[in-house]
Design a protein around this ligand. Structure first.
Ligand code: GDG
Length: 451
């Protein structure tokens, strides 16, 4: 969404997976690029073969990089087939993208699926400016080092001119990694030298389009949703959680904390309801299936143990809500629970703030392990592993005075407005276009690629 907006402003070429699986039978050209123009944006998409989808996407991206970068080594599946699928698809993408590039194009590569893309492009002779943005967290060095190909992955990042992270904590983790594993010199806080290359790095926390989201809250469907929920829950305090059903989002821990709230503060029984939207995600990966079963069971248990004929503590919905209705739901809620165990940023936190009424805003309870916590200090910050501590914070949010709610919300609103999605893309692209020309040296790739 953020990338789409940024590209629509500047115009340009979007290149990536079509989301479709091609025909694997020999003789069919499933690797052909399909070109399409939408306004000032040209779309170039490519299908993946079933085998590449399994090894590259489900395998390396979602069963190795996603868990490890979210500190979940216990869930990682280090299968060598996955690593070679990842390398193969990045090579394929580079091969298909390279002929479409013009000499003065600036290339912006997004996320963990494409870490080695610049190295592959450089190996083909590409000398364009290339930037990379990591949407997910950078793990601490020793966690990163558990990936068998960690050195190759991190070395690949040095083929970019600029690498952007969501938070200063991520910048620190990356710097410590290359200092300890690759004897990098930190030329300054934002410039590193290693693998015979200089690299500029920085924190570019992603934001949302605040006006656009606030306008959605006041659109027809936003208002309808708001009125409907307000009427239905007129006697209740509503708490809201909106997440992909992903183990990084801390959903079971959130339900445990809500249960603890009902134990520690029984006055909330019959008066507080948690609506948890959990949109389906990566259902082909086993860990997500396990999480679904766990959530079904936890929500069933809390409703069975505490529910009354006229009150259910948790409304758990394993479906997506239409985007235009989402702000109405946020606006009708007294408290948002955004309590991931680890998150690059977390945009729901920012959307909740943007959707609130300035004169009677709700309260954000935010995990200290979300990248957003570096910016959103006026939220109630919690440790989601601490069930009791989180329950106390929820109670504090439910009973907060209007003055304190308004003060906190005003400060938060200022912050998300200043560092919105336009700030994010323009700051990154400006930094990328200013990387000094004399920083560029002939790349040492591909000889040093290890895989
Ligand atoms: C990655 C990083 C980083 C969710 N449920 C529904 C729905 N959503 C929308 C939200 C929000 C987006 O999806 C989720 O964004 P997050 O930031 O929470 O998380 P990830 O999907 O994990 O994204 C993350 C992000 O990239 C951006 O850099 O912040 O840390 O993991 O916009 O509103 N939207 C609709 N119905 C739903 O049910 N319409």
């Amino acid at each position: 969404m953020a990338v789409k907006e940024s590209l629509q402003q500047t115009g340009g070429l979007w290149f990536g997976w079509s989301g479709k699986l091609g025909d694997d039978t020999p003789g069919t050209n499933s690797e052909d690029v399909k070109l399409q123009s939408i306004g000032n944006v040209q779309l170039a998409t490519i299908d993946l073969s079933r085998q590449d989808h399994e090894t590259y996407y489900l395998g390396y991206a979602n069963d190795v990089l996603w868990p490890v970068f979210h500190d979940r080594l216990d869930l990682a599946n280090f299968n060598v087939r996955f690593a070679s699928g990842y390398r193969r698809v990045n090579q394929l993408f580079a091969r298909k993208l390279f002929p479409l590039l013009k000499p003065d194009d600036i290339i912006w590569v997004h996320d963990y699926h494409l870490i080695p893309l610049a190295a592959e492009l450089r190996a083909m002779g590409c000398s364009n400016r290339i930037g990379f943005f990591l949407h997910i967290p950078m793990p601490p060095p020793l966690i990163m080092a558990a990936i068998p190909e960690h050195e190759w992955l991190m070395r690949s990042l040095f083929a970019y001119d600029l690498v952007g992270f969501q938070s200063e904590a991520d910048v620190t983790h990356f710097t410590h990694y290359v200092e300890s594993e690759a004897h990098a010199d930190a030329l300054s806080r934002n410039r590193l030298r290693a693998f015979d290359r200089k690299l500029r790095i920085g924190a570019y926390p992603i934001g949302i389009d605040v006006d656009d989201f606030a306008a959605l809250a006041h659109g027809r469907e936003g208002i309808e949703m708001f009125m409907q929920i307000r009427e239905e829950y007129s006697r209740r305090n509503l708490l809201i959680g909106v997440d992909r059903l992903d183990y990084s989002k801390g959903l079971p821990q959130r339900v445990h904390a809500f249960r603890e709230l009902l134990e520690l503060y029984p006055e909330n029984r019959k008066s507080a309801t948690l609506i948890q939207i959990a949109s389906p995600s990566r259902e082909d990966v086993k860990a997500y299936d396990d999480l679904r079963c766990e959530m079904d069971s936890l929500c069933g248990a809390i409703n069975g143990d505490y529910g009354e004929l006229d009150w259910m503590p948790v409304r758990y919905i394993h479906r997506s809500v239409a985007r235009r209705r989402l702000p109405g739901l946020y606006r009708a809620s007294r408290v948002a629970l955004v309590t991931p165990l680890r998150d690059g940023m977390n945009l729901v936190a920012k959307e909740f703030i943007a959707a609130q009424e300035q004169s009677d805003p709700g309260v954000l309870v935010l995990s200290r392990f979300a990248g957003a916590a570096e910016q959103l200090k006026e939220a109630l910050l919690v440790n989601p592993y601490d069930t009791q501590g989180t329950a106390h914070a929820i109670q504090r949010a439910l009973t907060m005075s209007i003055d304190e709610r308004v003060n906190r919300h005003t400060a938060l609103m200022e912050r998300i407005r200043r560092f919105d999605v336009h700030w994010w893309s323009s700051t990154f692209l400006t930094a990328l276009s200013r990387v000094e020309a004399d920083d560029y040296q002939e790349p040492v790739f591909p000889d040093n690629l290890l895989l």
